[in-house]
Design a binder for this molecule. Structure first.
Ligand SMILES: C[S@@+](CC[C@H](N)C(=O)[O-])C[C@H]1O[C@@H](n2cnc3c(N)ncnc32)[C@H](O)[C@@H]1O
Length: 278
């Protein structure tokens, strides 16, 4: 692609969620602090995942759900993944992803991007995946069990979840409302279910995963605390989870945290007694 074509194409999109360097041109990220946020998120969960697999994703097939402009898909390819399938419900994001991959010169047989509501797509058409990325997505959907069932049908090992979490203690899904007009939000229903950390563990466990929650510790390159653009992690409102079917999570280099203790009324023994009383 010629230089002026790249520039024109970058400018043709009303919004960029990430700051890519495309042939020397930076995409105009919609908020500067988001660039720091994405760097911090990579240090928090993506780098430890690559380390967990011995420093490379070579040989891995990756499914990137809610891929937006292909930021994490590109990261997977850069780290050596054989193939990535990105799915997003918004055509603009799929077009951005394809453009990014073309400018970056990624071989065409190493990726596909599909525009679809992920509840309408049979992932099995594309085979099985060693790694599923469910980043920034779980709190934008209304059918978490359906989603996990779909993921479980094609995922052979690691599921990486990064999600807003409800601060309510216990295993709960909090009802919130998204805007279908907002490019980062839900694509089908305005009503969305935001899981608590315990609910993410329970959901993953139902589909055969062992799960750990990462303890956020965001730092700048000098090693000083840096939560710019990432206060939600500091305030306990967002967490990343490693869910594994095969890989030994005790090898994870990142620090993990225990689940908040559920209040008495949320414990299984308590609600069982009460619900069987009628
Ligand atoms: C907050 S963005 C997260 C982007 C990226 N995964 C990240 O973590 O940086 C959520 C993305 O999921 C997409 N999305 C939301 N609900 C979806 C659905 N049901 N099917 C497909 N894509 C969906 C949105 O269009 C948006 O691009």
């Amino acid at each position: 692609m010629r230089d002026n074509e790249i520039l024109e194409k970058i400018e043709s999109f009303p919004r960029w969620h990430y700051r890519f360097d495309l042939g020397g041109h930076k995409t105009p990220i919609y908020e500067n602090k988001m660039a720091v946020r994405h760097r911090n998120r990579a240090l928090h969960f993506f780098d430890p995942m690559v380390e967990l697999f011995g420093g490379s994703l070579k040989g891995k097939r990756v499914l990137d759900l809610g891929c937006n402009a292909g930021w994490w898909s590109l990261r997977a390819i850069t780290e050596g993944a054989d193939y990535v399938l990105g799915v997003d419900g918004r055509g603009m994001h799929v077009e951005q992803s394809e453009f990014v991959f073309e400018v970056k010169g990624v071989e065409k047989d190493r990726y596909d991007f599909v525009e679809a509501n992920l509840f309408d797509l049979d992932f099995r058409r594309f085979g099985e995946f060693d790694i599923v990325l469910c980043l920034g997505l779980l709190y934008h959907i209304s059918k978490p069990i359906d989603l996990m069932e779909r993921i479980g049908s094609v995922s052979t090992d690691l599921l990486l979840v990064d999600t807003a979490v409800s601060p309510v203690k216990g295993s709960v899904f909090e009802v919130r409302r998204d805007s279908l007009e907002e490019a980062r939000d839900a694509v089908d229903y305005e009503i969305v279910l935001v899981p608590s950390a315990q609910a993410v563990h329970d959901l993953a466990s139902q589909f055969g995963y062992r799960t750990v929650t990462l303890k956020p510790d965001f730092r700048n390159p000098k090693g000083l605390p840096d939560y710019r653009g990432a206060n939600d992690y500091r305030r306990g409102l967002r967490r990343a989870f490693f869910c594994s079917k095969k890989t030994d999570l005790s090898e994870l280099s990142a620090e993990v945290e225990s689940l908040p203790e559920a209040p008495q009324s949320f414990r299984r023994e308590a609600w069982r007694d009460e619900s069987f009383s009628s």
